[in-house]
Design a binder for this molecule. Structure first.
Ligand code: PHE
Length: 407
C-alpha cells in the first residue's frame, strides 16, 4: 500500500489524463502500458532489488553494491528532496482549496472568476508559503511517527479511501450530459499521433508516476519482509498506479467536456476548471475532490521525505525525529522559494524529472544489470527475460528519453 501510495500522486491526476488525450487516446494508453512493462517495471525491480538485498538507505545501499558509484545515491536523495519541495507547494494549494470548498466558495462562480482566485492565491506569498508549510508539516508528522506506525498505517487507510473517492467522482462525472465526448477524448485511438515525443512522454510519465530513480522504491524495499516478492509488489504497484490514472481520467475529462471546456494539464485544470464544474453538482463533490488530491499528494510526499530521513538516520546516525525536523527545515526553505518564485518552481520540476531522476534510474538499472552477480538477480526476478530487460532495454531507453527530453 505504501508503494502504491508513493506511485499514485499528482502525476496521475493532473498529467496523465491530459497526456492521453493529447497523444492519441487509446493508442497512447497502449504505448504507456508497453513502456511500463518493458522499461519502467524492470527499473522498479532493479531499484527494489538494491533495497531488499542491502537493507540500507539509498547512499548506503549503493556504497555496498557499487562503492565507486555511491555518489549517485546522493543524486537520488537530492532528487527526492527537490521533488518534495515543489510538490509541497501544490500539496499546499490542495489544502487551501479544500478549505475554500468546505466554505462553498466556488458555488455560483464562473471559470473566469476561479482563474482570478487561483491567480490571487498563487501571487500571495503568505498564503502560498503557509499552506506549503502545513502540507510539509503533515508529511513530517506521518514520517516522524515511523515506518510502520506512520507511513504504513497512513497508507493502509488512505489508499482504499482514495480509491473509493475517485471512483465516486468518476461515476458522477460519467453520468453528466455530454460526458461521452470526454470518454471519446480518452479512448478514441489515433495512431497517427504516436511519434517519438509521444513515446518519450509515455516513458517519462511512467517514470515519474512509478516514483523511479529517486530512491523511494529502494528505501521502501529495504523495509520489505524477507518473504515479500519483488515481482508481485512491483507488478501490483504498476497495475494499481495505471488503473488509478485511468479512473482519474474518467473522473476528470467527462466533466471537463460536459462543461464545454478545452482540456488542459496542470494547475489550470485542477484549480480553475474542476472546482467550478464540481461545485455545480453540490457542495460535497469539490470537498471530496480536493481531499482526494491532498491524500494522493501526501502519500507521495511521505515517500520522498523518507528517502532523505533514512539516509540521515543510517549514515549520519541521527535520531529519526531530529532527521525529520532537519529535512523539514531544509525543504521548507526550498519550498518557500518555489512557492514565491514560479521560475524556481519550474526549474526544480524540470531539473529533477529530466536530469536527476534519469541519472538515478540509469544507475540503479546498470548496477543490478551489470554489477550484481546474475544468479543473485535471478533469485529475485526469476525470469531470464526480466534480467535482460534490466540489463539492456532499460539503460538504452533511459538514455533515449533523456536525450529526447533535453534536446
Ligand atoms: N509518483 C508520484 C506521482 O505520480 C510522484 C513521485 C515522484 C513520488 C518521485 C515519489 C518520488 O505524483
Amino acid at each position: 500500500m505504501a508503494m502504491a501510495g508513493s506511485a499514485v500522486g499528482l502525476g496521475n491526476i493532473w498529467r496523465f489524463p491530459y497526456m492521453v488525450g493529447e497523444h492519441g487516446g487509446a493508442a497512447f494508453i497502449i504505448v504507456y502500458i508497453i513502456c511500463c512493462l518493458l522499461v519502467s517495471l524492470p527499473i522498479f525491480f532493479a531499484e527494489s532489488i538494491i533495497g531488499k538485498a542491502t537493507r540500507k538507505d539509498t547512499f548506503g545501499a549503493l556504497g555496498t553494491l557499487a562503492p565507486r558509484q555511491r555518489n549517485v545515491g546522493f543524486v537520488a536523495i537530492l532528487a527526492s528532496f527537490v521533488i518534495l519541495s515543489f510538490y509541497s507547494v501544490v500539496g499546499g494549494w490542495s489544502i487551501d482549496y479544500l478549505i475554500r470548498s468546505l466554505g462553498g466558495s466556488f458555488s455560483g462562480r464562473s471559470i473566469a472568476e476561479a482563474r482570478e482566485v487561483f491567480a490571487a492565491m498563487s501571487a500571495s506569498s503568505v498564503e502560498n508559503v503557509s499552506c506549503m508549510l502545513v502540507f510539509l508539516g503533515l508529511t513530517a508528522l506521518i514520517v516522524g511517527a515511523g515506518v510502520e506506525k506512520g507511513i504504513g498505517r497512513f497508507s493502509k487507510i488512505s489508499m482504499p479511501v482514495l480509491f473509493i473517492m475517485v471512483v465516486m467522482i468518476a461515476v458522477v462525472s460519467l453520468s453528466l450530459p455530454g460526458a461521452g465526448k470526454g470518454v471519446e477524448y480518452l479512448v478514441k485511438p489515433d495512431f497517427s499521433k504516436l511519434d517519438g515525443p509521444a513515446i518519450a512522454a509515455a516513458l517519462g510519465q511512467s517514470f515519474f508516476s512509478l516514483s523511479l530513480g529517486v530512491g523511494t522504491i529502494l528505501t521502501y524495499s529495504s523495509y520489505m519482509k524477507e518473504e515479500d516478492s519483488i515481482l508481485a509488489t512491483g507488478g501490483w504497484t504498476a497495475f494499481f498506479d495505471t488503473v488509478f490514472a485511468l479512473i482519474a481520467g474518467f473522473a476528470i475529462m467527462p466533466a471537463v467536456f460536459a462543461a464545454g471546456i478545452e482540456p488542459a494539464a496542470g494547475p489550470s485544470l485542477v484549480f480553475e476548471t474542476l472546482p467550478v464544474i464540481f461545485s455545480q453538482m453540490g457542495k460535497v463533490l469539490p470537498v471530496v475532490f480536493f481531499l482526494a488530491i491532498l491524500i494522493a499528494a501526501l502519500s507521495s510526499s511521505i515517500s520522498m521525505l523518507e528517502v532523505v530521513v533514512a539516509w540521515l538516520v543510517d549514515q549520519k546516525k541521527m535520531r529519526r525525529s531530529h532527521a525529520v525536523l532537519a529535512v523539514f527545515g531544509a525543504a521548507a526553505l526550498l519550498g518557500s522559494a518555489c512557492a514565491v518564485a514560479p521560475r524556481v518552481f519550474s526549474a526544480c520540476d524540470f531539473f529533477s524529472s529530466n536530469v536527476l531522476m534519469m541519472i538515478g534510474a540509469l544507475a540503479f538499472a546498470m548496477i543490478v544489470g551489470w554489477k550484481m552477480p546474475r544468479e543473485e538477480v535471478l533469485r529475485y526476478v526469476r525470469y531470464r527475460f526480466v534480467y535482460w530487460l534490466i540489463r539492456y532495454a532499460a539503460p538504452v531507453m533511459i538514455l533515449a528519453i533523456a536525450v529526447t527530453n533535453l534536446v
